[in-house]
Write a new protein. Structure first.
Ligand code: R5P
Length: 286
């Protein structure tokens, strides 16, 4: 087996190859003067199973994934597994208003049409969109690695920012042997949310909020403030995908949060929790 790291995922792809004990190749990617993407994998024919690790976000990285799929086909890959740690467009998973695209489903169909035998994602926003792939697909949950990371960090209560993510808080809480609950969030706009005051007992507790992603940080900062107002001793957050747009890391550093950590599906200064073993185990299972 050969693992190929695309430009979004060099560190994670190497870790996955190490876990699997197999050959690693870093794709060489650059831009043409007009901004189009060029990528190359320097290798003889593979005649072997190949794993491509690459995010499909932002847009030029999606194009790079298409190119990598085409390259490995040309280099006679046998089974092709796409590991897409952060799946772009996943949040537009349906038509919220008439005249919109079902972007997440369209992206699955496009990737599928270029060619792959197994697709592995991690905490994709809506798992059901993956049914648009005609090949095998597996959505891994980061809860075990998040629970493992925080198990000896003195957490008393695990919370999700909304009811939609309540199962994630339950999963992490149960694995840590800690209480869990959820807050109630209403989205006011793309950057603003309202979190109802915490009804659970937060007084003097060390709280861990878990979520699938931090984008602008609006959700998490509002949740952290509500918990502080309710008397929490400390508030940390662990998310799977740290997208961190609009200077979010800087804003989070000056918020009511004590710690902001995420998995290494997107590489950043906060991506301390590795999903490499989780992914390697799924690849081994096939
Ligand atoms: C929403 O459904 C997600 O689970 C996240 O809570 C949300 O996408 C975070 O976005 P932001 O950081 O911009 O509030």
């Amino acid at each position: 087996m050969i693992v190929i790291g695309g430009s979004t995922s060099e560190v994670l792809a190497k870790q996955i190859a190490d876990e699997l004990g197999c050959r690693y190749i870093q794709a060489g990617t650059r831009k043409f003067p007009d901004g189009e993407v060029y990528t190359r994998v320097e290798s003889e024919d593979f005649n072997d199973d190949v794993v491509i690790v690459q995010n499909t976000f932002p847009d030029d990285k999606l194009v790079e994934m298409f190119l990598l799929q085409d390259i490995v086909k040309g280099l006679k890959a046998k089974k092709v597994t796409l590991v897409i740690p952060y799946f772009g467009y996943a949040r537009q998973d349906r038509l919220f208003n008439p005249g919109e695209p079902a972007s997440a489903i369209l992206m699955c169909k496009l990737l599928d049409s270029v060619g792959c035998d197994h697709v592995i994602t991690i905490d994709i926003h809506k798992e059901a969109v993956l049914d648009a792939f005609t090949c095998k697909h597996t959505d891994l949950k980061a809860a075990p690695v998040i629970a493992d990371y925080f198990k000896d960090k003195g957490i008393d209560l695990v919370l999700s920012p909304d009811i939609g993510a309540a199962n994630r808080a339950k999963d992490v809480g149960e694995r840590m042997g800690k209480d869990y609950d959820h807050l109630n969030k209403t989205r006011l706009s793309g950057t603003e949310v309202k979190i109802a005051p915490a009804t659970m007992d937060c007084k003097d507790k060390n709280i861990l909020i878990v979520d699938d992603m931090i984008s602008t940080g609006g959700t998490i900062m509002t949740a952290a403030q509500a918990l502080r107002d309710a008397g929490a001793k400390s508030v940390s957050v662990a998310c799977t995908h740290g997208v961190f747009v609009n200077n979010a890391i800087e804003k989070l550093t000056h918020s009511a949060l004590d710690k902001v950590l995420c998995c290494n599906t997107l590489e950043s200064s906060q991506s301390e929790i590795s999903v490499a073993k989780l992914v390697a185990d799924a690849i081994r299972k096939g």
